[in-house]
Structures are given as C-alpha cells and as structure tokens.
Design a protein around this ligand. Structure first.
Ligand SMILES: NC(=O)c1ccc[n+]([C@@H]2O[C@H](COP(=O)([O-])OP(=O)(O)OC[C@H]3O[C@@H](n4cnc5c(N)ncnc54)[C@H](OP(=O)(O)O)[C@@H]3O)[C@@H](O)[C@H]2O)c1
Length: 134
C-alpha cells in the first residue's frame, strides 16, 4: 500500500495557505494529506478546515520548537512570512530562519527513519536566500 505524504501548510487559514489546503483536500487521489498550521485551532476558519478534513496543528512561526513539531514527519512544508503583521525586517528574517531550521530538523529526522527528507518550498513572501527551494 502506498503511504500518503504530508505537506505542512503555514497560513492555512489565510488566502495563500488556505488555497493550497483546499486544493489538497479536494483531490484525495493526490496521495497527500495536510497538517493545517494555525495559531488558533479553535477559530472559525480553523474549524472550517477541520470540517473539510484537515488536521489542525497549532504553531506560531515566531516559535521554532512549535514549527519543528508541526513539520515533524512532513514530506514538504509550505512557508510564508507576514511582514505586515509587524513591519520588522529583523523579525521577518528570524521567522523565516525558524521555518528553514524546522524543515532541516524534519529532514534530519526523516532521514534517520526512511532516508527521505522534507523539502522546503517557500512561496509568496520570499524572505531569505537560505530558505530557497531545495
Ligand atoms: N493574498 C495574496 O494574493 C498574496 C499575494 C502575494 C503574496 N502574499 C503574501 O503571502 C503572505 C500571506 O498572505 P495571505 O494573503 O495568505 O494572508 P492572510 O489571508 O491574511 O492570512 C494569513 C494567515 O497566516 C496566519 N498567521 C499570521 N501570523 C502568523 C504567525 N505568527 N504564525 C503562524 N501563522 C500566522 C494567520 O493564521 P491564524 O490567525 O489562523 O494563525 C492568517 O490566517 C503575506 O506575506 C502576503 O504579503 C499574498
């Protein structure tokens, strides 16, 4: 039996990530499942994603440990930053770095188990070169 692969989606309740979450959920034959990342799993938008079949995962991109848990076991991660939330280039860089480090941690963890890595794909707001697609 083919094991499904997961794509962890940051901004799942927003416009960018929400479109990806819905596209994955609407195509069960794709072989992908989707942990939908939100800071508030009890919000109406989050509950709507759960109703559609998403697994809700609580994480804040300012918290690297949160992200490591959220990306654990994922085949890929969809990452965006939200500069308009604070208008701080330094904070945006730190948040992008958190996501890059969390994808690396997930890749190391997966390699240990199955020699298959999580890939970092950063779309939308591309913040730093170190998180470029691999
Ligand atoms: N929409 C577009 O057409 C478009 C086009 C090009 C680029 N972009 C860029 O893409 C990025 C996302 O835009 P969007 O339109 O998808 O925004 P959005 O619709 O406002 O959604 C952003 C979502 O991100 C989550 N979020 C915000 N801060 C977070 C944090 N600290 N940790 C974890 N999650 C957080 C929020 O989810 P929770 O409240 O559930 O945590 C929110 O639902 C922005 O940088 C934007 O400039 C957007």
């Amino acid at each position: 039996m083919t094991e499904s692969k997961t794509i962890a989606v940051v901004s799942a309740t927003g416009a960018q990530g929400g479109g990806l979450v819905r596209a994955i959920l609407e195509d069960p034959s794709s072989g992908f499942t989707v942990p939908a990342i939100t800071r508030d799993t009890s919000s109406e938008k989050a509950k709507e994603l759960a109703r559609l079949g998403a697994e809700l995962v609580a994480a804040d991109i300012s918290d690297e440990a949160d992200l490591e848990k959220a990306f654990e076991g994922a085949h890929a991660a969809f990452c965006v930053t939200f500069s308009w939330a604070h208008f701080s280039p330094g904070k945006e860089m730190a948040e992008a770095r958190n996501m890059a480090k969390a994808t690396s941690a997930a890749r190391r963890s997966k390699r240990g188990r199955r020699r298959e890595g999580t890939r970092c794909r950063q779309w939308a707001r591309v913040a730093v070169g170190s998180t470029k697609a691999s």
